[in-house]
Design a protein around this ligand. Structure first.
Ligand SMILES: Nc1ncnc2c1ncn2[C@@H]1O[C@H](COP(=O)(O)OP(=O)(O)OP(=O)(O)O)[C@@H](O)[C@H]1O
Ligand SMILES: [Mg+2]
Length: 656
């Protein structure tokens, strides 16, 4: 049964058709055969009955006359009937009167005991008894025993015929059913095939072919409809899946971007914190250095000035002259240092002008070449449409010079020094310090191909006295000064450098367009000549006041000295003659230099003014302590410088 179940549908159908029709045929044949056997047996009985009657009738006389021989003759006629095995004639008392043994009679075959008329099948034989009457009285009984050979033969023939017919029919049915089964099986096989394709390939677009209008067709239709629904659902599912995947992808991208953004923001924050820390540190150091430098400046003014005066008074041949010269040399060095510290502390007085950096760089060419030497190539890359900046050109020159000297020192075996200018638009901090607001800038870049700096050095180069150069070679104030000047000019400075990869200093100055102002020619040291004018000297620092007074008196001026503004005003009131010039300090108690001048000017409109200061942060200029563009002499000054400046302000040397 299992194997039958496992068979393909069409084979199963063919087999079932063949089996059922074969079985039907078999049953029909069996019925025919049974009927035939039964009717054959009845005929046999009839035939035997007739034969027994004839034998009985012919034996009546022999029985009546008790003539067994005659009876034997009658019985011997049975020889013509080969199916008769043996035959007996019994007397009414049951004695065997005559007997016949056929040629085929078996040896052990016993005569049956006599019985009344009738017949029975016994084993392979048919036994028949018939009573013979004479005038109504029984005279004897005939017993015939027939074999069933004929019937067996007939049965055999019949069986063979039936088998043949059966075989032929089965073959015919097989052939026919295997052809006709496709009418039933084809749609089902198709359906099964379609279902298999769908399940194996997950292809919901295939459809089973619908044939006719029967139940299988209905099933096919239902199956196809189901496929339609599954396909629709599958498509929707796939779309949803694709959409989901797309969304996941998109979200992942977003998340990645957000993470990158956050990292960037964190990095920017870290950098700006670092910059803030750095600038706070620089601010603190700057304040300290600036304060010290300012106080030193006043002392140096006196040392320098009196050293100078001493030199003028000491005989050329005097041994004291060397001492005085040493004092002057030392004070010159101290003055240079103090100036750098002042620059770093942003306490210089800047003479701000609209400057064209290109012209300034070009003008420095001749000065720079000998400084950097022949092994270093100087490359200038200047932006033709460069914006202007507001700066002190002398200080910017100092900046470039310092950077160039550093670059030279970083390239002992030669290389190239590049000075580049460019316009820059800043949209945000963009790596510059948080103090650089968005806007238009001009960039000045000084780069070299030297040995560069590591991060540690880079973070400390602007500190005053930080140097990596051997003792006596560098003071470590060069970049401090650069830093102070840039900051005081409202700019920013950045270093791009790595060990072995050179260094580039980028300076960003706020753009300030306007007509370029010519740089004032450096005042030629006017030769000292005896003067007669009256100078009102106002200075709160006693040593400086005394020095200035000495210098002026030595140069022939009449000096009215005052320690502060109110005193100066009082002197001016008391003095009857003219006052040609007021030489005044800027920062003083009670009132500053400019206020003093404004108070003095109404009563003495002819009086000119010359400011002197070692201390000028932007507050002094912009806060109005002096008017930009008015005459000014920085402290410390040499006697010649002061004399020359006074002469210049008073209207040129008298000997011109
Ligand atoms: N272009 C450069 N390449 C490599 N290192 C540099 C460069 N510029 C400056 N430095 C480093 O920065 C340090 C500080 O420079 P800074 O100009 O302030 O002082 P200095 O050159 O050592 O001395 P000074 O300038 O006072 O003579 C230098 O000692 C050097 O280590
Ligand atoms: Mg230097």
């Amino acid at each position: 049964m299992l194997t039958l179940r496992g068979l393909p549908f069409r084979h199963k159908l063919t087999l079932i058709l063949t089996l059922t029709s074969g079985l039907g045929l078999l049953v029909a044949c069996a019925a025919f055969m049974t009927y035939d056997v039964l009717s054959f047996r009845a005929r046999m009985v009839d035939d035997l009955q007739a034969l027994a009657e004839i034998i009985g009738d012919n034996s009546t006389a022999a029985l009546a006359f008790n003539d067994p021989r005659a009876a034997d003759v009658v019985l011997s006629a049975l020889r013509a009937k080969p199916n008769i095995v043996d035959a007996y004639l019994y007397t009414p008392s049951g004695r065997i009167f005559a007997r016949y043994q056929g040629p085929d009679a078996a040896a052990g075959l016993m005569p049956p005991p006599p019985e009344g008329a009738g017949h029975r099948f016994e084993g392979a034989h048919l036994l028949l008894f018939r009573t013979t009457f004479l005038k109504g009285d029984p005279v004897g009984t005939v017993c015939l025993r027939s074999d069933l050979r004929e019937m067996s033969a007939r049965l055999g023939r019949f069986g063979a015929a039936v088998a043949l017919v059966l075989l032929a029919s089965i073959l015919f049915v097989l052939g026919l059913s295997s052809r006709l089964q496709s009418v039933v099986s084809r749609p089902i096989v198709d359906l099964a095939e379609t279902a298999r394709t769908v399940s194996v390939q997950r292809d919901y677009s295939v459809r089973a072919v619908e044939r006719g209008t029967d139940e299988v067709a209905a099933l096919t239709r239902a199956f196809n409809e189901m496929l339609d629904q599954i396909q629709a659902r599958d498509n929707a599912l796939r779309r949803a899946h694709d959409e989901l995947e797309e969304r996941v992808e998109q979200r992942t991208r977003q998340l990645r971007a957000e993470i990158a953004e956050r990292r960037q923001a964190e990095e920017a924050l870290r950098q700006s914190e670092e910059q803030l820390r750095q600038s706070q540190k620089m601010e603190a150091i700057g304040r300290l250095a600036g304060g010290i430098a300012h106080d030193f400046n006043n002392l140096l003014t006196a040392i320098t000035g009196y050293g100078e005066l001493l030199l003028q008074l000491i005989e050329p041949k005097s041994p004291m002259r060397r001492y005085a010269e040493e004092i002057r040399r030392a004070s010159d060095r101290a003055t240079a240092l103090t100036r750098q510290l002042l620059a770093f502390g942003r306490k210089q007085l800047l003479e701000l002008k609209i400057v064209d950096l290109n012209a300034l760089v070009a003008g420095m060419d001749a000065m720079l070449r000998p400084v950097i030497g022949e092994d270093i190539r100087l490359v200038c890359s200047l932006e033709p449409s460069l914006g202007r900046v507001k700066a002190d050109p002398g200080q910017i020159e100092q900046v470039i010079l310092n950077l160039a000297v550093n670059a030279r020192d970083a390239m002992p075996r030669g290389g190239s020094l590049t000075i580049r200018t460019a316009n820059a638009e800043l949209k945000g901090a963009e790596g510059w310090s948080e103090a650089a607001p968005a806007g238009s800038y001009v960039m000045l870049e000084v780069g070299d191909t030297g040995f560069g700096m590591d991060a540690e050095t880079r973070s400390r180069v602007f500190e005053p006295f930080f140097t990596t150069k051997p003792k006596g070679k560098g003071t470590g104030l060069g970049l401090s000064m650069v830093y102070g000047i840039v900051k005081q000019s409202g700019g920013q400075i950045l270093i791009d450098s790595a060990p072995g990869r050179g260094a580039t200093f980028k300076i960003l100055l706020p753009r300030s367009d306007g007509p370029v102002e010519a740089q004032a020619p450096r005042a030629p040291g006017a030769p000292a000549a005896a003067a007669h004018e009256t100078v009102l000297l106002v200075e709160d620092e006693a040593v400086v006041r005394a020095l200035a007074q000495d210098i002026l008196v030595m140069n022939g001026y009449t000096v009215l000295a005052a320690a502060h503004g109110p005193e100066a005003l009082a002197i001016s009131e008391r003095h009857k003659g003219p006052i040609h010039l007021m030489l005044t300090d800027v920062v003083m108690p009670y009132m500053n230099g400019r206020e003093l001048y404004e108070r003095l000017a109404p009563s003495r409109p002819q009086t000119k003014v010359l400011y002197m200061s070692g201390y000028a942060d932007s507050g002094i200029v912009h806060g109005g302590a002096i008017v930009p563009g008015t005459a000014f002499i920085p402290k410390p000054f040499t006697p010649e410088a002061l004399a020359a400046k006074v002469r210049e302000v008073l209207g040129g040397a008298r000997n011109n």
